[in-house]
Design a protein around this ligand. Structure first.
Ligand code: SF4
Ligand code: SF4
Length: 161
């Protein structure tokens, strides 16, 4: 038994069935289109044979997530701020050149990256300590409406330290 399992991305798979021919256990021949986790021995033959690169070998055990200490969070926020600045510049350019699809795509890509980075930093997860601290700050220092909303949310979340 290897230390990984094969995963087929059906969106990319071109259904040419090469992986079925090379698989020694029949794991990739499955009516659901997914590779049978129980039968797969992780040999990787299917991934090598796949012309569409639709198969990824997934490790059986994943490394521990990196701890989000202050240093890491600061680095993440530096990148986030950089992306926000980029989007402000792009927005200015977009106002001048209406409907420029390249600019719109770049802005969208930055927005997705910002969301991912904030998620990585522990924000946008209702259970995270960062979110909890953030809401606490609003509940103490925000205006009345923001305080009320923050207090309501604080009542509902469970902190995941
Ligand atoms: S990794 Fe090997 S056993 Fe698993 S599905 Fe691919 S060819 Fe079959
Ligand atoms: S070899 Fe790749 S493209 Fe072909 S059926 Fe298998 S997963 Fe799909």
């Amino acid at each position: 038994m290897g230390n990984s399992h094969a995963y087929r991305d059906l969106k990319i798979c071109s259904k040419d069935c090469l992986c079925l021919f090379v698989c020694p256990t029949g794991a990739s021949d499955n009516e659901t289109g997914q590779i049978d986790f129980e039968k797969c021995i992780g040999c990787g033959a299917c991934a090598k044979a796949c012309p569409a690169r639709a198969i990824t070998m997934i490790p059986n055990t994943l490394p521990r997530q990196q701890l989000k200490n202050d240093e890491v969070i600061k680095e993440i926020f530096d990148i986030v701020n950089n992306k926000i600045e980029q989007n402000q510049i792009l927005k200015g350019l977009l106002d001048e050149s209406k409907d420029n699809r390249v600019l719109k795509t770049l802005m969208h890509s930055n927005k997705v990256m910002i969301e991912d980075l904030l998620r990585e930093a522990g924000y946008m997860l209702p259970q995270s300590k960062n979110t909890h601290d953030f809401l606490k700050d609003i509940s103490q220092n925000g205006d009345k409406a923001a305080q009320d909303l923050a207090n309501k949310l604080l009542d509902k979340i469970v902190v995941n330290e």
